[in-house]
Design a binder for this molecule. Structure first.
Ligand SMILES: NC(=O)NCCC[C@H](N)C(=O)O
Length: 424
């Protein structure tokens, strides 16, 4: 099984999605802020929108894997089951009496139902018969014994592939931190991923997948802001250099605000040399170019304009920008609604939310084909097509020029095609 991603735009072959389920029905006006949703989604409609997204990908020959299914299959492995049960029971809010009772409940579930509980959580009133004990008695019947994970929908953030390695990330927000226990278990125990080496681990410094862009073979950009810390970027750089997976990493400071929670909320790639980007920051965004010194340690140079540093690292003349919206107000509205958060299926072919009318028109004027999907309900969690997808295999792109540092491209069968770019 090939797992390989060396760009943002190489033809997408396999992707990990999560079809939203009952975990979305846990959202209420009391908890939506802490669970990182801006509204209460209509679950059935969100599922329809998501099914249409998945269908659009399949129609274009993309293999769609579902996190829920992989998790259920993973839980058939005893070691994975024990590991994930233990993680849930380690929650110090439970106390001993409730812990024993939750442990028994989990042990009684078959892999499919256990996967559902791990994703959807468990409400106090669902644990029957109640175990008694102080903790249980003092809980409200609507409280959660196991918290739900409504942000599983955004598979981009909990893992990211860099060439043939997968980085299981370290999520910053408490509402999301348990997500990576699930992705980690899948990559470690599911037979499909047997032999995959983990490049990063949830116990390390904060790092989220939405901040990691594979700009070109051997060039990564890492947003540093609300979610990813400088220490997370440095740790990933060290590991990527040690594994010979990249020669330059750009650390890109972004405002620590909800509107710009990840780098992919302001900038995504739509061609080998083009990004759709929020114009209000395009020319002020800076980047620190990080390379390995003689000992393999990451060394950063002084910050310079992102667009310049990126083009240099990618060995192209210019990184073309396609603006979000037409005017500053439309740009602000469409950036908020994930107009920048496109998912490239191949160079010059991307998936975008239909509601971002002006941005999509700009993309088309620039020669990018746009597959429009509706996302009125999906978008209530503040994420678009890129956030909702974790590419596992993309057709490789050629190196921009012969590698200078002696890092050889992997032998993974670059397709010979008419345009020579490895995509049909
Ligand atoms: N890459 C992304 O921007 N992902 C969107 C994550 C949205 C989610 N509600 C969160 O706040 O983490």
């Amino acid at each position: 099984m090939v797992h390989y991603v060396d760009s943002e735009v190489g033809r997408l072959r396999t992707v990990l999605l999560h079809r939203p389920g009952a975990e979305l029905a846990r959202l209420t006006p009391r908890n939506n802020d802490s669970l990182l949703f801006d509204a209460i989604p209509w679950v059935g409609r969100a599922q329809e929108e998501h099914d249409a997204f998945a269908a659009a990908l399949r129609e274009r020959d993309v293999e769609v894997l579902y996190l829920g299914e992989l998790l259920a299959e993973t839980l058939a492995v005893d070691e994975a089951r024990a590991e994930l049960t233990e993680t849930v029971l380690a929650d110090r809010r439970l106390g001993d009496t409730l812990r024993v009772s939750v442990g028994r409940y989990l042990a009684d579930q078959d892999p499919r139902r256990l996967a559902e509980v791990l994703m959807t959580g468990l409400a106090h009133q669902e644990l029957k018969p109640g175990p008694g004990g102080l903790v249980y008695e003092m809980m409200d019947k609507l409280d959660f014994v196991i918290d739900p994970l409504p942000n599983l929908l955004f598979t981009r953030d909990s893992s990211v592939w860099v060439r043939d390695r997968v980085a299981v990330t370290s999520l910053a927000m408490p509402a999301r931190s348990r997500e990576t226990t699930l992705t980690r278990a899948i990559y470690r125990h599911h037979p499909r991923f047997a032999g995959s080496e983990l490049l990063y681990d949830p116990g390390l410094e904060r790092l989220e997948g939405g901040d990691v862009l594979v700009l070109a073979p051997e060039v990564l950009a890492i947003g540093v802001g609300e979610r990813t810390t400088p220490a997370g970027a440095e740790r990933l750089a060290r590991r990527v250099f040690a594994a010979g997976l990249a020669r330059t990493i750009l650390a890109v400071p972004i405002a620590q605000e909800r509107a710009t929670m990840h780098l992919d909320t302001v900038c995504t790639m739509v061609d080998v040399d083009a990004v759709v980007m929020y114009p209000n920051i395009a020319h002020t965004l800076q980047a620190y170019a990080v390379v390995a010194d003689a000992d393999g340690e990451p060394r950063a140079s002084a910050p310079r304009p992102f667009l310049e540093v990126a083009a240099e690292a990618m060995r192209i003349d210019r990184l073309r920008i396609i603006d979000t919206g037409l005017d500053p107000v439309t740009a602000e509205r469409e950036q908020w609604d994930d107009g920048n958060n496109t998912l490239a299926l191949a160079p010059r072919l991307c998936v975008a939310y239909e509601r971002n009318v002006e941005t999509n028109a700009q993309l088309e004027r620039a020669g990018i084909e746009v597959v429009r999907i509706s996302g009125s309900e999906l978008g209530s969690g503040r994420g678009g097509p890129r956030c909702m997808s974790c590419p596992i295999e993309r057709a490789p792109l050629p190196m921009a020029s012969p590698p200078l540092g002696g890092i050889a491209p992997l032998e993974v069968g670059v397709e010979a095609t008419e345009n020579g770019l490895g995509f049909a």
